[in-house]
Design a protein around this ligand. Structure first.
Ligand SMILES: [Zn+2]
Length: 490
C-alpha cells in the first residue's frame, strides 16, 4: 500500500511530465517540419506549458544546418547544400524560467533533403533537362488541356508525403490534389496538367509540408496548342529507267509517321502522313528521268523538266514529299563545251554577285571539289579550279564534248520546299525517316538548321539523336540561337 510521500511524488512526476516545453511548427500548433530542402529555411517554435518568462536556448551539433535567433521563442533553421544521412540533424531546445521554478529540454530531428525532377522514360510530350546546368530549371512541355509526367526523386531521408505542388499560374498548368500517387516513396511519377492556353509558361514549385512552405524544386511547364499538319508522300519511280527503281518500294509510312511523331511530340507537334500510289502499287510510276541518268535532276532556282514531269502527275494540296532513288541539282551549261576546254560557262541565273561575294547557287560549287559533268557516255569528272560569276575554271582540259542539255551534277540528299525531295540512295529506313522529319521540320515547323549533333535539325545527316529542345541551340547558317519548342507557331 503506497504511503503519502510516494503518493505526492507520483503526482508531482505526472505534473512534471505534463509540464514540459514542446517543439511545434512556426504556427505553434502543427508538428515541426521533419525535413527542410537543401539551401532553404524553416522555423520552429517553443511552446510552454504555461505563461512564464525565461531563456530559450536552441542548439545543434550538425554542420548541415545553422540556427538563427537561437535565443528566441521561434528559431530559424537554415539548411546548407549537403543532404542528411539517415538519422537527420538533431535540434535541441532548453528553456529555463527566470524564477528558476521550471526547466525543460526537448529535441527533434530534421532531415536536409533534395528534390529533383527527372525525365520520365517515356514522357507524354517533351522534357528538357537543360543539360542539368546549375540554376536552370527543367522544362516540361504539355499539350493544352492534356497532361504530362515527370519523375520526382527525393534524397536525404524523406518521402513524397511531405511534398506539396503549387503553381504560379493555374490557367497554364497545375497539379491537382488528387494527382498525388497513393504511395509516394522517394521516387515517383507525378502528373502535371496543362490548361486551356495556346502558348504559356509557368512554374510548378515543389514545397515541403505547406502550400507556402519552403521551395525544394521548380519545374517550368510550357503548355502549347498542338501543331498538326498533313503531308502527302509519293514514292516515285520511272519504269522506263531501271536505275530509278527504289530499294524499298514498300517503305512503311505508317511506321514512319509513328516514329516521327515520337520526335515531334517533344514540341507538341505531329504530322499526318497520307500516301499517294498508283492503283495496286506501292509507288507512282512517272516518266521523269528524261536524261536517263537514273536520278531526278532538279535545277537550282527554277523548275527543271524532270521536276515538272513529277509535279504534273503528283500535286495534292498541302505539303508534299517525293521519295526517289537518286537526286541531284543540275547546273546546265549556257554554252556547249568541247573536248580540250579548260573552262565552262553555266547559266547566268546561277550567279548573283553582290558586294564582291557570290550569293547565288554558284557558291555551292566549291573550289577544289570534284563533280560529274554530263550524263551517259560523255559523263566525266571535273574539278573546280576557280569561279568567276557563272564561269567555272577547271583543273584540266575536258575529255568530251557537252551540249547545253548537260551540266554539272550536284548530289543532293534531300531538299526542303514543296514538294520536299528525299533521296533514298543507300539510306537506312531510319535515315529516310529522319530526312522526312528534318525537312518537314523546316517547312511545317519553321525550324532552322542548328549545330547540335543530337538535334533532329542538325544540318547534316550525321546526327546522333533526334532531340527537339526548349534550350536555345546555335543556328548553323544564321546568327543567333533557336528555341525549338517556342519557335513553332500555333
Ligand atoms: Zn536542314
Amino acid at each position: 500500500m503506497p504511503g503519502p510521500v510516494s503518493y505526492i511524488t507520483g503526482q508531482l512526476a505526472r505534473l512534471l511530465r505534463r509540464e514540459r516545453v514542446s517543439i511545434k511548427a512556426e504556427d505553434g500548433e502543427a508538428s515541426p517540419d521533419t525535413a527542410v530542402p537543401a539551401g532553404a529555411r524553416t522555423r520552429m517554435t517553443a511552446v510552454l506549458p504555461r505563461e512564464m518568462e525565461g531563456e530559450y536556448e536552441w542548439s545543434s551539433d550538425s554542420d548541415r544546418i545553422t540556427l538563427e535567433d537561437a535565443d528566441q521563442e521561434t528559431v530559424t533553421i537554415v539548411a546548407g547544400d549537403e543532404i542528411s544521412s539517415r538519422g537527420g540533424e538533431r535540434i535541441n531546445l532548453r528553456f529555463r524560467s527566470d524564477d528558476g521554478s521550471f526547466e525543460s529540454r526537448r529535441h527533434v530531428s530534421i532531415n536536409v533533403i533534395k528534390v529533383e525532377f527527372e525525365k520520365a522514360i517515356d514522357p507524354v510530350y517533351g522534357h528538357d533537362e537543360m543539360d542539368n546546368e546549375e540554376g536552370e530549371d527543367h522544362h516540361l512541355s504539355i499539350k493544352k488541356n492534356d497532361f504530362g509526367y515527370a519523375w520526382v526523386n527525393i534524397t536525404g531521408g524523406a518521402n513524397g508525403g511531405v511534398l506539396r505542388f503549387t503553381t504560379e499560374d493555374s490557367s497554364v498548368a497545375e497539379v491537382e490534389d488528387t494527382d498525388a500517387p497513393a504511395r509516394r516513396g522517394t521516387h515517383f511519377l507525378q502528373v502535371i496538367r496543362g490548361r486551356n492556353t495556346n502558348k504559356g509558361e509557368t512554374e510548378i514549385k515543389v514545397r515541403t509540408f505547406r502550400d507556402d512552405g519552403p521551395v525544394a524544386a521548380v519545374l517550368k511547364v510550357n503548355v502549347y496548342r498542338n501543331k498538326s499538319d498533313t503531308v502527302t508522300v509519293a514514292k516515285v519511280i520511272d519504269s522506263e529507267s531501271d536505275d530509278t527503281a527504289l530499294s524499298r518500294p514498300d517503305f512503311d509510312l505508317w511506321e514512319a509517321e509513328e516514329i516521327i511523331n515520337g520526335w515531334y511530340c517533344e514540341c507538341v507537334g505531329e504530322i499526318v502522313i497520307d500516301e499517294e500510289t498508283d492503283e495496286e502499287s506501292e509507288t507512282m510510276d512517272i516518266r521523269f528521268d528524261l536524261n536517263g541518268n537514273g536520278a531526278l535532276d532538279l535545277e537550282p532556282g527554277t523548275t527543271s523538266r524532270e521536276e515538272r514531269a513529277i509535279i504534273s502527275e503528283f500535286n495534292p494540296a498541302g505539303q508534299k514529299i517525293v521519295i526517289v532513288k537518286d537526286l541531284n541539282w543540275i547546273y546546265f551549261l549556257r554554252e556547249a563545251a568541247s573536248a580540250g576546254d579548260e573552262s565552262i560557262n553555266l547559266k547566268n541565273s546561277y550567279s548573283n554577285v553582290r558586294g564582291g561575294s557570290e550569293r547565288g547557287y554558284m557558291k555551292f560549287l566549291v573550289v577544289g571539289n570534284s563533280y560529274t559533268l554530263g550524263t551517259g557516255d560523255s559523263a566525266e569528272e571535273i574539278t573546280v579550279n576557280g569561279r568567276n560569276g557563272a564561269t567555272v575554271n577547271l583543273s584540266g582540259p575536258l575529255s568530251n564534248d557537252h551540249g547545253t542539255d548537260e551540266g554539272i551534277m550536284w548530289p543532293l540528299s534531300g531538299l526542303s520546299g514543296n514538294p520536299i525531295w528525299v533521296k533514298e540512295g543507300s539510306k537506312t529506313e531510319d535515315k529516310v525517316r529522319q530526312t522526312i522529319a528534318h525537312e518537314c521540320g523546316h517547312s511545317i515547323f519553321s525550324w532552322r538548321d542548328v549545330d547540335s549533333s543530337t538535334s533532329l535539325m542538325h544540318y547534316s545527316s550525321g546526327r546522333t539523336d533526334t532531340l527537339l529542345r526548349f534550350k536555345d541551340q546555335p543556328k548553323k547558317y544564321e546568327e543567333g540561337d533557336e528555341n525549338q519548342w517556342d519557335t513553332v507557331s500555333r
